[in-house]
Design a protein around this ligand. Sequence first.
Ligand code: PLP
Length: 422
Amino acid sequence: MHHFSYKNGTLHAEDVSLVTLAEKFGTPFYCYSTATLERHYQVLADAFGELDALICFAVKANSNQAVLATMAQMGSGMDVVSEGELRRARAAGVSADKIIFAGVGKTRDEIAFALKENILGFNVESEPELHALSDIASSLGVTANVALRVNPDVDAKTHEKISTGKAENKFGIPFERARELYAAARDLPGIEATGIHMHIGSQITDLDPFRHAFKLMRELVLALRLDGHVLHHLDIGGGLGVPYRGAIDEPPAPTEYAKVVSEAFGDLGLKIVLEPGRMIAGNAGVLVSRTLFSKREGKRTFTIVDGAMNDLLRPTLYEAHHDIWPVQERASDAPLIEQDLVGPVCETGDYLARGRALPSLAAGDLFAVMTAGAYGAVMASTYNSRPLVPEILVKGSSYAVVRPRQSYEQLLDLDQLPPWLS
Ligand SMILES: *Cc1c(COP(=O)(O)O)cnc(C)c1O
C-alpha cells in the first residue's frame, strides 16, 4: 500500500499535488511519501513483534538522509555497505549500535572507520576479510562482533542480476565451509563470531526460497552450537519484493514472512535482524517526468520524455517494469496506445517503459513512474551531462526539497583542468 492517489483528478503524494511540485521545482524529480515509509516499517515491525527483532533498513536502496532520518525516528537501524553509507546513516542521526556493515569488498580504511564508530557488527563475506578484520580490530585494541554471511545455495527465482544466494554468486561463504570458518574465527583475536547472516536475493515474491534457505540455516545454527559456538543473532537479510505490477507480482504479506521465520527459528532464542530495502522504500517514491514530444515511426509510437536512464536505471539494468500513471487522471475508458517512453540519452537502452499500453501522453503532460523509491535516485548518474534531479519528501500537506537539483555550475565544477591546459 502507498500514499500516491488521485484527488480531484490530479495525482497527489499524500496531500500534495504533483502538479504543484512540478511547477515549483521543475521536472524530472523524485518524490517520496513519509506516510508510506512509516507504514512499511510499522507493518514489518508489527509482524515481527513476537520475535526479538531489529530492522536495519538497507541504506543502498535509498540513502537520502531525510529518508534515513525518517526511518531512524521510527526506531530503525541501518544496514550499510560502504563508509559513505555509514557516514550518511550517522549524519542522519542513526546510533552506531544499530548499524551493521555488510558487503563483499570492505577496504581496510572502511573497516577501521567502522570499528572506531563502534558499530553493532560486521557481516563478513570471506576468510581473507575475516583475517583483515581481526588484524585491524586487534591493532586498534577493540573486538568486532561478526556474523559470517553464509551462502545457502538456493535459487531466489528472481532476476539474475539481483539473485545472490546461489553458489555461483560472489556473495558470502559456501555453506559447506561455514563450520570450518567459524572454527577459524574462534581462534582469531579481535573478533567474536556471535551471529550468522544470509541474504539470498532481492524482489523475492515467493516464500519458498526463504523456507528452503531457513531450513538449511537452522540446521547450521544447531551444528554450530554443537561445535561450541555461542550465536546470539541471526541476520536473515532483505529481499522481500514489492508489487511493481499491481496484482501480478504480489509479494507475500510481512505477517506471512514473519510466520515462516518464526517457524524456522522461533525456538532458538536468537535475535533476528532484518535488512529490508526495497520493501520499505520501493513504493514510497515516484519519479515525476514530463513529455517532450511524441513521434510515430512505422508502427511504433515513441513518447520522448525528460526523464531518462541516468535518473532511473532500473528499466535498462534489470528490464524492470514500473507502472506509469499520468498525473492528470484519465477516464477509465480512455483509449490506450502502445508506446515506448524513452528519454533523451543517446542509448537505445534509454527507456522508462517499452511497448506499454498507456493513455496518450501529449507534449507537456506529466506522468509518474511508480515504485521508484528504491534503487532509483541512488543509482542516478550524470551521464550525458544531465544534472542529478531533485528529491522531495512529502509529509501530509508539507513538503521539502531534501536534495536540490544539481546546478550546471556544480556539474561543471566536478572536473579540473590540468596545469598544461588551463
Ligand atoms: C541489497 C541488500 C539488502 C536489501 O535488499 P532488498 O531487496 O532491497 O530488501 C539487504 N541485505 C544485503 C546484504 C543486501 O545486499
